[in-house]
Design a protein around this ligand. Sequence first.
Ligand code: AHM
Ligand code: MG
Length: 334
Amino acid sequence: VEERALDRDCMTLSRHVLQQLQSFGPDAQDLSAIMNRIALAGKLVSRHLSRSGLMENVLGFAGTTNIQGESVKKMDIYANDVFISVFKQSGLVCRLASEEMENPYYIPENCPIGRYTLLYDPIDGSSNLDANLNVGSIFAIRQQEGMDLDGEAKDLLQNGHKQIAAGYILYGPSTMLVYSIGRGVHAFTLDPSLGEFILSTENIQTPQHGSIYSVNEGNFWQWDEPMREYIRYVHRHEGYTARYGGALVGDFHRILFQGGVFLYPGTTKKPEGKLRLLYESAPLAFLMEHSGGRASTGTQDILDVVPEKLHQRTPLVIGSTEDVALVESFMQSS
Ligand code: AHM
Ligand code: MG
């Protein structure tokens, strides 16, 4: 038993990535190094969050708005900068594109040797921050196919199949990192005493059906009729239970493990919904598809959507295959 416990403690994230990458070719070392830096970013953000109530100038608004007109919190800025800092002098990632930055950020000393772009949402679910509830970070790695320093980064306007790796860090009762490089989806838990992410679940399989539906029902009046019909269906049938935490990473994490469906459909105020394709929907779609689930806009697979602009939003229906199919059957009936 003791030996097994030791083996388990030794399955760190970096070891796991290297193992996974054995047949990955020349990108293997790079990807493993990138994942290590992302893990470091996760540890830094996690540390900052765990003390946030004790420090001045950590919580609350920064007094600015981002490119999508949302109020920026101090924590958004901190986490955004952490991801940039960990990649400095790495020679790995030449460019970072984030929900919080109008244009991608180039790390001059990493270009052009760094062949990858990191796309990320530094703090997802910021509204949970001031209530000491869970938030997350979402990331995806893509090959960099252009160097257009005009900031448009047109090479990023491609579908989600172009993602090489994706994942998230969930800052909850414990900090977890979940990732996929296209060979299963794996979850790690941060052991604070070791400062290491240790494997906790390998090859997560999302159930084909689950009882959870996760959606902001306060938007009911803003939905179109097919979406309302789906919610009425759920209300009228036994076996459904509502869970909505206000942070996508947390809601997604529950569904990844337990099944069910998360929805952020279009509303009258936001016809494309709220979630951003490149930093939120596509990375999580990559994970969900690799754990046996599905991700859809309601009419199209998320991974097939080609964005027209960097900060594009898409409606999102993500989770168990059967539950996503049920939602689609409503949405496509109009
Ligand atoms: P954020 O990245 O600016 O925090 O916005 C994304 C968040 C998601 O985490 C969450 O699922 C959603 O917004 C909640 O939005 P709403 O309050 O409209 O239900
Ligand atoms: Mg965000």
